[in-house]
Design a protein around this ligand. Structure first.
Ligand code: NAD
Length: 368
């Protein structure tokens, strides 16, 4: 990922991928917020809506149609709702909605997955972790997304199975640089999580990460931590982490564990980036078929994904911070959906509240 601004005065090209279940509902919230940012904050966005997942299977027989791929090739970023649902569960493997997601990640070499984990005092009560351990938690998990055992050679016979975990130097170098650039914008501290006492791939990671950081990022520090220890420390002293860098499988597990710090799946955004800075931005949650179509979806994860897009693909850190501030203000004022409180608001009411704060920036200061 280069540090150069990408958009250069032309409108930002965004592909919208509503998807399935609550995907289109939280996607609609994002569109409302983007409209306010365009009207009041000078953002210029060309939005091209395309199909993915079950909706794409129904329309074309393919969970990632060529037209969607072509649209993303011409775009700066894609914003995805969610994919999947019981109506497609019996489909053959090549027509499963989730395949659309896996294919877009590999089609665009989205090797760098970012999951910010930020706790907020108004939400401490919703976490299973004690409130005193949640103070000042603000960590970024950087997970390598296109290598390791998920993509290595696999085979199985009647009595044995194997998943090969393979990493190359360039794969480790590029995600290390991405993590270091993010660390430079934060506290400058990377925790490299691995299993170097047992795994050869982890020993390669250690060698490469320390060399790249030592040679290219003198202002960034790296500490090593075994994955078993990290899984404990994430729960006992989460506020000590700044940037947590790790490989695909460890990152998958640790990022779900860390999500428990925040209180609800409906609050967690993510970004997956490639070297050209194309980014796929999406909430961490799935399509929640159990609440789809009822106006109950929590849109905050999606709106925080929009903030990540403003920061990482649009070079608009001030607008990203403003949107986050509006969201945190809503949390402080108790404006939450029903996954968090029984008398909670609807998706539309929460979206309205965020838009109102965005339109009158002094209102963004309400709450903390
Ligand atoms: P899920 O995240 O969809 O739902 C888990 C639980 O959390 C449900 O009770 C749901 O109601 C609740 N929930 C999730 N997001 C919420 C939100 N924004 N607001 C309020 N409540 C919310 O996970 P699941 O039930 O295991 O999977 C459902 C479908 O989603 C499956 O088809 C799965 O394959 C798919 N899925 C897609 C993605 C993705 O698109 N990135 C990720 C995970 C799962």
């Amino acid at each position: 990922m280069s540090n150069e601004p990408k958009v250069n005065g032309r409108p930002f090209r965004l592909v919208g991928l509503p998807g399935d279940g609550i995907g289109p509902e939280v996607y609609a919230s994002a569109c409302q917020v983007l409209a306010v940012l365009q009207q009041g904050h000078g953002l210029r966005i060309e939005l091209d809506e395309q199909l993915i997942g079950g909706a794409a299977v129904d329309a074309t027989g393919d969970p990632l149609p060529q037209q969607t791929i072509d649209a993303c090739r011409n775009a700066d970023a894609a914003l995805l709702g969610a994919v999947g649902g019981p109506e497609w569960d019996r489909n053959p493997a090549e027509q499963r909605p989730e395949l659309g997601l896996l294919r877009i990640r590999s089609e665009f070499s989205l090797f760098c997955n970012l999951r910010p984990i930020v706790t907020h005092p108004a939400l401490h009560a919703f976490s299973p972790i004690r409130a005193e351990r949640l103070q000042r938690v603000d960590l970024m998990i950087v997970r390598e997304l296109t290598g390791g055992s998920y993509f290595g050679k696999k085979w199985r016979d009647a009595d044995q199975a194997e998943d090969v975990c393979r990493y190359t130097r360039p794969e480790v170098e590029r995600v290390t640089r991405a993590a270091a650039r993010i660390a430079q914008q934060r506290q400058g501290r990377i925790t490299l999580v691995d299993k170097a006492n047992v795994l050869e791939t982890s020993r390669l990671w250690r060698e490469v990460v320390h060399r790249v950081i030592g040679e290219e990022f003198p202002d960034v520090s790296v500490e090593n931590m075994y994955v078993d220890a990290a899984s404990m420390h994430l729960l006992t002293r989460p506020a000590d982490f700044d940037v947590l860098l790790t490989e695909n499988l460890f990152g998958d597990i640790l990022s779900d564990e860390a999500s428990m710090l925040c209180g609800s799946m409906g609050l967690l955004p993510s970004a997956s980036l490639n070297e050209e800075r194309f980014g796929l931005y999406e909430p961490v949650h799935g399509s929640a078929p159990d609440i789809a179509g009822q106006g109950l979806a929590n849109p905050y994860a999606m709106l925080l994904s929009v903030a990540m897009m403003l920061r990482h693909s649009l070079d608009c850190p001030a607008e990203a911070a403003l949107l986050e501030q509006c969201i945190y203000g809503c949390w402080s004022d108790g404006l939450l959906t029903r996954d968090l409180r029984p008398d909670g608001l609807t998706t539309a009411q929460v979206t309205e509240a965020v838009c109102e704060r965005l339109s009158t920036p002094t209102a963004a200061q309400t709450g903390s």
